[in-house]
Design a protein around this ligand. Structure first.
Ligand code: LLP
Length: 394
């Protein structure tokens, strides 16, 4: 992110806002598509990572499908150019209305997360007199070695179908007469940086596929979810090594020639393309530590408060001197910090601060707690236009 290039413009804009480098997004999309196409893998963008219309339109133009977790996300995907035949729908708590909506829209697959849900999908399909394609999301009990709040594939997590229930489904498969169960789905967690974890996932998937084949239960698609991490500590590593990631699956998965592989990346596509831009409201010094109070807080970017995530913090207005600061937001909560003991140039009221790597799970997790205003957003490809608009209002 070269947000420093835009500093003069940022200074004229009301903060806080998200700024997206859509050039970097295009480059990242090109990289992931090229790497996936080497192995004929299908991609569904995880809408939950960023549901911004402009971003979604750019991603759908690249031909990716969408991974959704609510009917609203399905609707959002359809409104932004994603085609129904490339939409998958996961989530542990789909309501009957959401299932009915997904069936009506004839999406690619409903990724079912429990035995009871499978029965409900079948009942709704019977009522609608439709055949519905379903994948079974299986909990493979593989530890993603990431933050516990974003670990989803160990047995104590609420996600996915247990092996016991899978055995039951395999035996009772003829009871689901309106379902075509032709896929399996796995997602073990997010911000995974230890690639060995994905090897473990492949071993677990191979065993499950073997079990299914031994029981003459054939699936056509194998969906490995998302999870590839980005480099928060060195955001200059803008594009993750997609080739290494996909090669690992190609090397370790034992598939039948007819089986197609799908992925649902979110963070790795959009993470580095977004920054949160704020102003310093106040600089406090209590004799023990200096604290910068920004005009954005966890209502704009929740990740540091919720997952103790470290986003790099940069002062775009000043490069002089060095000082250690705690960097806090304005929200009336003690957890409202972006960083503690952060080394920054000497910083004053009015300086523009960028919080990097905020393109994934940033804007989309914003809230209006403390009755905060919705956070604004700007895109690098629209900067010329904004310059003109801004000048007109001066
Ligand atoms: N597929 C499924 C079924 C998922 O649940 C997720 C993310 C993804 C794909 C995309 O994973 P990614 O490629 O983005 O790692 N708010 C948290 C992350 C929550 C991830 C939830 N599931 C954060 O800010 O770190």
């Amino acid at each position: 992110m070269r947000s420093i290039e835009y500093i003069e413009l940022f200074e004229q804009l009301r903060t806080p806002f998200y700024f997206y480098d859509t050039g970097l997004l295009q480059k990242t999309l090109f990289a992931i598509k090229s790497a996936a196409s080497l192995f004929n893998y299908t991609l569904h963008f995880a809408i939950k990572a960023n549901a911004n219309d402009t971003i979604l339109k750019k991603i759908s133009k690249y031909g990716l499908g969408a991974d959704c977790v609510s009917a609203n996300e399905i609707q959002k995907a359809l409104n932004n150019g994603f085609v129904a035949e490339k939409i998958v729908f996961a989530g542990v708590g789909k309501t009957d209305d959401e299932i009915a909506y997904a069936i009506e829209r004839e999406i690619f697959s409903i990724n079912c997360e429990s035995l009871q849900e499978l029965e409900v999908i079948n009942q709704i399909a019977v009522q609608k007199n439709k055949k519905v394609r379903v994948a079974l999301r299986i909990n493979p009990n593989v530890d993603a070695k990431t933050h516990e709040h974003i670990t989803t594939g160990i047995i104590s997590n609420k996600f996915g179908i247990s092996f016991n229930d899978l055995q039951y489904i395999v035996c009772q498969r003829n009871n689901y007469q309106n379902l075509v169960i032709d896929g399996v789905h796995f997602h073990i967690g997010s911000q995974i940086t230890d690639l060995e974890v994905f090897e473990k996932l492949c071993q677990a998937v191979n065993e499950i596929l073997k079990y299914l084949q031994n029981n003459k239960f054939y699936v056509q698609h194998v969906n490995l979810g998302g999870g590839l991490g980005i480099d928060y500590s060195s955001p200059e590593n803008q594009i993750p090594d997609f080739q290494a990631y996909f090669s690992l699956f190609n090397k370790n998965l034992n598939l039948l020639p007819s089986q197609k592989v799908h992925f649902e990346p979110g963070r790795s596509i959009v993470g580095q393309s977004g920054v949160l831009i704020s102003r310093v409201l106040y600089v406090k010094d209590n004799g023990l530590q200096k604290t910068l109070i920004l005009d954005s807080g966890f209502t704009e970017l929740l990740r540091p408060a919720l997952y103790q995530a470290n986003h790099k913090i940069v002062n775009l207005s000043s490069a002089k001197g060095q000082m250690i600061y705690d960097v806090a937001g304005p929200i009336c909560e003690t957890s409202d910090y972006f960083g503690k003991s952060v080394m920054l140039p000497e910083t004053k009221r009015g300086d523009i601060i960028a919080i990097l790597s905020a393109g994934a799970y940033g804007e989309v997790m914003a809230s209006n707690y403390n009755l905060r205003a919705p956070v604004a957003k700007y895109f690098s490809h629209e900067m010329q236009k904004i310059t003109e608009d801004t000048l007109l209002t001066l």
